[in-house]
Write a protein that binds this ligand. Sequence first.
Ligand SMILES: *[C@@H]1O[C@H](CO)[C@@H](O)[C@H](O)[C@H]1NC(C)=O
Ligand SMILES: *[C@@H]1O[C@H](CO)[C@@H](O)[C@H](O)[C@H]1NC(C)=O
Length: 414
Amino acid sequence: MAAKRQNIDLLIGIAIGLAFSASTISLVNRFTSWLGRRKEEDIVDGVPGLIGNTPLLRIKSLSDALGVDILGKAEFLNPGGSVKDRVAMKIIDDAEASGYLKPGIGSRIFEGTVGSTGISIATLAAARGYNTTIIMPDDVAAEKALALRALGADVEKVRPASIVDKKQFVNLAKSKAAAYGTNARSLPGLDGVVSSDQDLDAKDQPRGFFADQFENRSNFEAHYQGTGPEIWRQSGCKVDAFVSGAGTGGTIAGAGQYLREKNPKIIVVLSDPEGSGLYNKVKHGVMFDAKESEGRKRRHQVDTVVEGIGINRLTKNFEYALPIIDDAIRVSDVEAVSMSRFIVKNDACNLVAAVKVAKRLPRSGRVVTILCDSGSRHYSKFWNDEYLEAAGIRVDISLTEDLLKQNTIQSTSK
Ligand SMILES: *[C@@H]1O[C@H](CO)[C@@H](O)[C@H](O)[C@H]1NC(C)=O
Ligand SMILES: *[C@@H]1O[C@H](CO)[C@@H](O)[C@H](O)[C@H]1NC(C)=O
């Protein structure tokens, strides 16, 4: 009895000792962190401080079903709600560094975008002292224009036109940027569109700046310097495959290139929606797509409800990706919609491709992909069952359940 009592006393003593030393350590920690306050405090500097360093999320339902980790970079947690915050910030940073933009003198940023880039540019531009004009085709989901205007951007909607047309939205953004500012002059053949000499000597003059996310290398660099290194660090340097869609191509090029340099064995796979030419470019070296050529276009850019990825021309940023892409997977609207209803999240296109890649990997393999933005920008199309039905796209969750089931059968029979 006494021995037992002694033991208990001893245990209590150890516990108190531990608690005391723990509180001492915590006091010492607090003191040293107070000393090094500037470095240790978790305070970020303005909106730009919120961009990047997003968590790498293990998608439990898919990973458990497959026995292969499907990790998603939670880019929807960026302040502007998407991966494009990184691109917008890098474009503005680089433009300031090279003298194209100077805050607070009335300069205006122009971009032609159907995707989330406009929202990211508008969010950052206002914080950095610029006005923004976003030009978009008039068939884009309505909530995008609403969000842009709420952020203070001027939105111009234009009729869908081919990229070779001067009135196409990206071309218009370019010419309007050139027309803005002090030394604007008329451009022949374009009603009301003028151009200014982008004279860098006149640094203190307000100017228009064309963000040009499709062609500008700042886009690639945002992912090569940010997204890629973050994935590598957060995964503990263990990645077997990287899956990404491409709109501009910046993510798959920049993050893909970084990961490939870190480990040449990493498979880089493009996830591409119906109607985009990139799948064919990767698989067969040409952008040709049967559906487009038959003239069955449902909407102006790419014939899919998965807005923001897929494209029918070769951009500079996608060109940077071509040498490192190992494979492409075509994801149909029906597959993407099914996956989205399965996981009740967006980024269904990337996840369908990620699951297909995972099924080629041994158990405990690891696929990383990008969760580009949250579903909230796609209510009127992607999340609208009536719209999908009218467009002939089946909403069928069992498709995804089957995709995961097939794998279980396959791997248990091994
Ligand atoms: C990208 O933007 C920078 C300004 O930051 C500019 O100097 C450069 O010419 C642009 N590059 C391309 C390819 O458009
Ligand atoms: C944006 O333009 C308006 C005029 O349309 C001006 O009052 C405002 O100061 C501008 N904002 C910035 C950040 O330049």
